[in-house]
Design a binder for this molecule. Structure first.
Ligand SMILES: Cc1cc2nc3c(=O)[nH]c(=O)nc-3n(C[C@H](O)[C@H](O)[C@H](O)COP(=O)(O)OP(=O)(O)OC[C@H]3O[C@@H](n4cnc5c(N)ncnc54)[C@H](O)[C@@H]3O)c2cc1C
Length: 384
């Protein structure tokens, strides 16, 4: 049973968020800009280094605490999507990198001197079928030469490094389809214009995301993370942390929508009474609150299992599913409660509505969570 509320962390993040009110995020959204000042402030205050062990300059907190940071950002009207990669992408180095890589990169990631906000996995022609990805990294004269294409790779323009997943052994030469994929650290400043081309994708959310084209990009051999051919496993291990953090962001969104709906329903007078007196208005708000609270229980279960180094694949997936569903339903209810005003940008609801919708699709789509639970938890026959 979860009892800790992490008030110190909540108070600290809330105080920082108070300096970046709704208008700040609205203007950033309207300008399709990046919330640079907000991310800088979070980094300087040390919040982005929560998961980096103290010996490498971070605060060495657990995932439960880190998830509270993400939740509070979204609960206070912001969007963690601008920066959550900085918190968890370094996990691949921390868990699988050499001591030399950890010493070289982690302290700089902790201070924000190095931003490792990007992870390149998804490809245009293979999508969710990750083990079929076609980007190759071929070893040649002490370096790897990368060719291929990626899509939807976020925050490249606000990052110094990217974790890249590429195939080092052809699919036809491996026993298991998940073998033969490797993880690399790509120095984006060196790469862009020297074998890497970046094309931004204009999209529904103000989310900086891109197509990447690799044409003989050279990566030094020492930028391989862990063992060659084991990269898929490393990425999968990191995904549980990512799912739990995203679940927490959705929980933050869910509470934000419920709070806004509650406030408006209490204040808006139509037919000479607050609209919230009508059960047709108040019941959906109550239902949303119940669903956010229930999803939150699975988020805590998943986070505590993760922090106890216990298996949490099922719980991480289920937490992400439940939280993304609860926040999306709360978003719909909040919009409906506001009637026409929900569509006005100055109420911020349409912005948060768009932002929270993304989590049904990325970083893993709902069907793929069903597939995981059906096959890995319930033992149903594999469909792919
Ligand atoms: C804004 C944004 C940011 C992103 N950032 C990143 C990033 O930084 N790095 C990165 O690597 N990727 C990123 N992604 C990619 C994201 O992870 C993928 O879009 C997502 O995993 C789905 O892959 P896809 O788009 O190729 O869909 P597809 O694989 O083409 O699937 C399309 C639909 O079909 C369903 N489907 C596919 N196969 C099956 C099946 N066998 N059974 C049932 N249903 C199925 C899927 O659930 C989905 O609904 C981002 C995406 C977006 C939109």
């Amino acid at each position: 049973m979860h009892t800790e509320n992490y008030d110190d962390i909540r108070d600290g993040v809330r105080a920082l968020c108070a300096e970046f009110p709704d208008e700040y995020f609205r203007k950033v959204d309207e300008a399709r800009a990046y919330p640079e000042a907000f991310v800088d402030a979070l980094t300087k205050a040390g919040w982005m280094a929560a998961l980096i062990p103290a010996e490498y300059g971070g605060s060495g907190l657990g995932l439960a605490e880190a998830s509270v940071i993400m939740e509070e950002i979204n609960r206070n009207g912001g969007n963690s999507g601008a920066c959550h990669g900085q918190m968890y992408n370094m996990n691949t180095i921390l868990r699988n990198g050499s001591e030399a890589q950890k010493e070289k990169y982690l302290p700089k990631i902790a201070t924000g001197e190095l931003r490792i906000q990007s992870m390149g996995v998804t490809e245009p022609t293979t999508g969710t079928d990750t083990t079929k990805l076609k980007t190759t990294a071929t070893k040649k004269d002490g370096r790897y030469v990368v060719n291929g294409q990626k899509v939807w790779i976020s925050r490249i323009q606000h990052s110094d490094m990217m974790i890249l997943l590429a195939r080092t052994t052809p699919l036809s030469d491996v026993k298991k389809k998940s073998d033969g994929l490797s993880c690399f650290l790509v120095d984006l400043h060196q790469a862009i214009g020297n074998g890497l081309t970046v094309r931004p994708i204009l999209n529904m959310v103000n989310h900086e995301t891109n197509e990447l084209f690799f044409d003989n990009l050279e990566i030094p051999e020492e930028n391989l993370i862990g063992e060659e051919g084991k990269g898929f496993k490393y990425i999968l291990e990191g995904l549980n942390a990512e799912r739990i953090l995203i679940a927490a962001e959705c929980i933050g969104d869910g509470y934000w929508f419920v709070d806004r709906a509650k406030k408006y329903a209490s204040e808006r007078i139509v037919f000479d009474r607050p609209i919230g007196m009508n059960q047709g208005v108040q019941f959906p708000i109550a239902e949303s609150y119940i669903e956010v609270e229930a999803a939150n229980l699975m988020r805590w279960k998943a986070a505590h299992l993760y922090d106890a180094h216990r298996a949490c694949g099922a719980e991480a997936n289920m937490a992400k599913y439940l939280a993304a569903k609860a926040s999306w339903e709360a978003a719909n209810v909040c919009l409906q409660t506001h009637g026409g005003f929900g569509f006005a940008c100055e109420y911020d609801i349409e912005r948060k509505f768009r932002e929270t919708r993304l989590y049904q699709v990325a970083p893993i789509s709902t069907n793929l969570i069903f597939s995981y639970v059906a096959e890995h938890v319930l033992g149903l026959p594999r469909s792919f």
